[in-house]
Design a protein around this ligand. Structure first.
Ligand code: FES
Ligand code: FES
Length: 179
């Protein structure tokens, strides 16, 4: 069985993965299964399994990635992976996005929260890294989350429909992250 060694939430980890075939016919288990089943990461969720909802989002080398459709043989050794499980500070202090989602009760069932938080994290960090220190407007947040933004063409679904509070939570976290 092939093995992959990556950096997961700041720690070096190694685990096997299922794979079959070779070359263009090669197929392997999804990154989502690898993280959940072999590495005990339970932040990313299986929602649709076809890259439509965002519930499985993790950061792969800084980019929001739908892990349900990312096959393990396409993930490089030494890749940097971040999951919701590792988002809090080492002392346990929640990240501003986690704090805002809790304080503003942005989730109802909570199934979508992983994707919304990790997708927003990648978006806000990339804006800040590019020197954009403006707090995003409500419309920019809506465009981002609905996939109507130049920064993101894939939407993040909330089946419970708590969108108003989600938008408010992303805005509150952005203010804190930008300072
Ligand atoms: S479970 Fe991956 S996008 Fe829905
Ligand atoms: S809170 Fe239930 S899917 Fe979003």
């Amino acid at each position: 069985m092939p093995t992959r060694a990556v950096r997961l939430n700041g720690s070096e980890v190694t685990a096997d993965y299922e794979s079959a075939g070779t070359g263009t016919s090669q197929a392997s288990e999804p990154l989502l299964y690898w993280l959940r089943d072999r590495l005990d990461q339970h932040g990313p969720r299986f929602g649709c399994g076809i890259a439509q909802c965002g519930a499985c989002t993790v950061l792969l080398d800084g980019a929001a990635t739908r892990s349900c459709v990312r096959q393990m043989h396409t993930v490089a050794d030494e890749a940097d992976i971040r999951t919701l499980d590792g988002l809090a500070a080492p002392g346990g202090e929640p990240h501003p996005l986690q704090r805002a989602f809790t304080a503003l009760q942005a989730a109802q069932c909570g199934f979508c929260a992983n994707g919304l938080i990790m997708g927003s994290l990648a978006w806000l960090e990339s804006r800040i890294a590019a020197g954009n220190n403006a707090v995003p407007t409500e419309q920019e947040i809506k465009d981002f989350l609905s996939g109507a933004s130049p920064d993101n063409t894939r939407n993040y679904l909330c089946r419970c429909g708590t969108h108003t509070r989600i938008v408010a939570a992303v805005g509150a976290a952005a203010k804190e992250m930008i300072g």
